[in-house]
Design a protein around this ligand. Structure first.
Ligand code: DLL
Length: 426
């Protein structure tokens, strides 16, 4: 059988003009649908003096009000619903770091849309119908497990829904069932490596890793690829847009994340003012869904920071706009001794030190109003705190205290890793 390069060649290679025409139609439909069927959106749009007929071209998107995380939280549980409750088939929820829940509901068509986006991602990573994929993110309210599952079913893959945990068994299953690809939260890939190292094992058949849900430095990606002998792809998505993969993935060319532009409009705005930013400038990415029924998003402010890398056709042949891999979240930016940085930059620097392992913590100590920073990091013998301090000084311009921990001694959780800890100095 001929190797599939695309899941949906037509949609993935539309001309920019065709994409623009589809986006306008989708935007007009979404605004009309939200205005007519949800009290919340009706009120919001009316307050901004918008009626569906006002959307005449794509630039009119800038007249629409933003949607925020707080809106989602305030409308808990289903007050943003634009379809009858009887048409809902599934929901997912994220609690986020503050614990206030964000709910996404899906009609049958929304599930099909999610499956389509995820099937595109899995084929873009090089998986082929019939290949086995092991789905290691949790199956439950977190969207990760089910997202890979719906997409893999659609793409004709052999799905092994292990969910998270029991890493020794995960490795056995990968071997026994000749798994070609795994889907995983980034930090779980490092957990697999630890288990392999501990037992001195190899993973001969694994070729493809699709990782996301957390930022992922280039150095970390290199390490994971080398140790697992795979190609690693960066998959992006969130509960609010409909889950993992809805907002795209990077391809083999590694020139940014392809956003599925027939499904979402992408804007980059200034995180402070909300003003639109030009291509290339880093800002907050904002998404508008074009086909989603149950809870469409109109100008959803993600808090994620990135930039538009290109709108040209990619080496892979896809025509959709590419955004950079996520730098961090607006809320994650740390300021220590006047230097602004993201946890991902600390990770990048740490991974450049030979012998340093992927498990680390950034501890911000508040000493009567002054913030001090300490890095706890696992490392092999021979790595010293001074090496960590020197590297961070070189890369970020300040020297935190570096504390070295033996492999396996820092606490690990399931799901997304927690990297930053705020403590008060006694
Ligand atoms: O984390 C969806 C997902 C599951 C993506 C599995 C990839 C793999 P939420 O729990 O709603 O959904 O969290 C969404 O996680 O706004 C980003 O801040 C972050 N995030 C997701 N993917 C990436 C990525 C899932 N590839 C939030 N790189 C998003 C960096 C990511 N951050």
């Amino acid at each position: 059988m001929k190797k599939l390069q695309y899941w949906n060649e037509r949609m993935e290679t539309l001309s920019r003009d065709e994409l623009a025409a589809m986006q306008l139609k989708g935007l007009q439909w979404t605004v009309k649908h939200a205005w007519a069927n949800s009290e919340f959106y009706h009120r919001r749009l009316s307050e901004a003096n918008i009626e569906p007929g006002d959307i005449r071209d794509l630039d009119n998107i800038r007249d629409l009000p933003f949607l925020t995380k707080d809106d989602f939280r305030d409308q808990y549980p289903l007050n943003m619903l634009c379809m009858p409750r009887s048409s809902i088939r599934e929901m997912h929820m994220s609690s986020g770091s503050t614990g206030a829940a964000i709910v996404m509901a899906y009609t049958e068509a929304d599930l099909a849309q999610w499956a389509e986006c995820m099937a595109r991602c899995q084929i873009m990573a090089g998986l082929q119908p019939g290949d086995a994929i092991q789905v290691t993110p949790t199956f439950g309210l977190f969207n990760g497990g089910f997202g890979f599952y719906h997409g893999a079913r659609r793409a004709g893959l052999f799905t092994i829904p292990t969910s998270s945990g029991n890493t020794a068994r995960q490795i056995k299953l990968m071997r026994d069932f000749k798994v070609r690809g795994i889907g995983s939260v980034v930090s779980y890939a490092t957990r697999i490596i630890e288990m392999l190292d501990e037992k001195g094992l190899d993973l001969p058949d694994l070729e493809i890793g699709i990782f996301g849900a957390e930022t992922f430095s280039d150095e970390m990606r290199k390490r994971v690829e080398t140790r697992l002998g795979i190609k690693a792809f960066d998959i992006y998505g969130m509960t609010e847009t409909g889950g993992v993969g809805t907002t795209g993935m990077d391809c083999e060319a590694r020139c940014g994340i392809h956003v599925w532009e027939d499904q979402y409009i992408t804007e980059i705005v200034d995180p402070e003012t909300g003003a639109p930013l030009p291509d290339g400038a880093v800002g907050e990415v904002v998404f508008t869904s074009l086909t989603r029924e149950a809870i469409p998003v109109i100008r959803y402010r993600t808090r994620d920071l990135t930039r538009v890398v290109s709108r040209e056709r990619c080496a892979c042949g896809r025509t959709s706009l590419r955004i950079d891999r996520i730098e961090g979240r607006c809320d994650d930016m740390l300021i220590v001794k006047g230097v602004n940085f993201f946890p991902k930059q600390v990770e990048q620097a740490l991974m450049e030190i030979p012998g340093v392992l992927p498990e680390y913590q950034i501890i911000l100590e508040n000493d009567h109003g002054v913030t001090d920073i300490r890095i706890n990091v696992e490392a092999e013998e021979g790595v010293t705190g001074y090496m960590v301090e020197k590297k961070l000084k070189e890369r970020l311009g300040f020297s935190p205290k570096g504390d070295i921990f033996k492999p396996g001694t820092l606490p690990r959780g399931e799901g997304k890793a927690r990297r930053v800890f705020h403590v008060d100095k006694e």
